[in-house]
Design a protein. Structure first.
Length: 139
């Protein structure tokens, strides 16, 4: 019986192995655009609730702001850097966002000390923004 010739696999060179193992990194402008979209989205929603926009319905501006914010979050999912974050980083990031949301909710239902005040709204938005900023560096 004749011997069959086995398929030969091309050998990988050291350069090819290094190229395949390297992680692709997003360009620097990508994180700037991503953060800007999130900041603009939060600003539109906050200014809408404060009542800065004249005319129109408040719901329209909220949807526009949330859409811009969502675009920033979609960009976060595709962002890549060459490092990995420690485990406590994600916990701190989500905790800041949750604290911000809770402060805003408690402010609107008048359960914060001193009654309904703008400082609680701004501190809640600041906490959420800090969480958003941390998402830019999370890997």
């Amino acid at each position: 019986m004749p011997k069959s010739k086995g398929r030969r696999k091309p050998r990988r060179t050291a350069q090819q192995a290094i190229q395949q193992s390297q992680v692709k990194v997003s360009p620097k402008w990508y994180s700037v655009v991503m953060f800007s979209l999130m900041a603009i989205g939060v600003a539109v929603v906050a200014l809408n609730w404060i009542g800065v926009y004249p005319g129109g319905e408040k719901g329209v501006y909220s949807l526009i702001g949330l859409g811009i914010l969502a675009a920033g979050f979609v960009m976060v999912m595709a962002y890549k850097s060459g490092e990995t974050s420690p485990k406590w980083y994600a916990a701190l990031m989500f905790t800041l966002m949750a604290i911000g949301v809770m402060v805003i909710i408690l402010n609107y239902i008048d359960l914060v000390p001193g009654g309904h005040r703008s400082i609680f709204l701004y501190s809640g938005l600041g906490s959420i923004a800090a969480g958003f900023l941390m998402t830019m560096n999370y890997q």
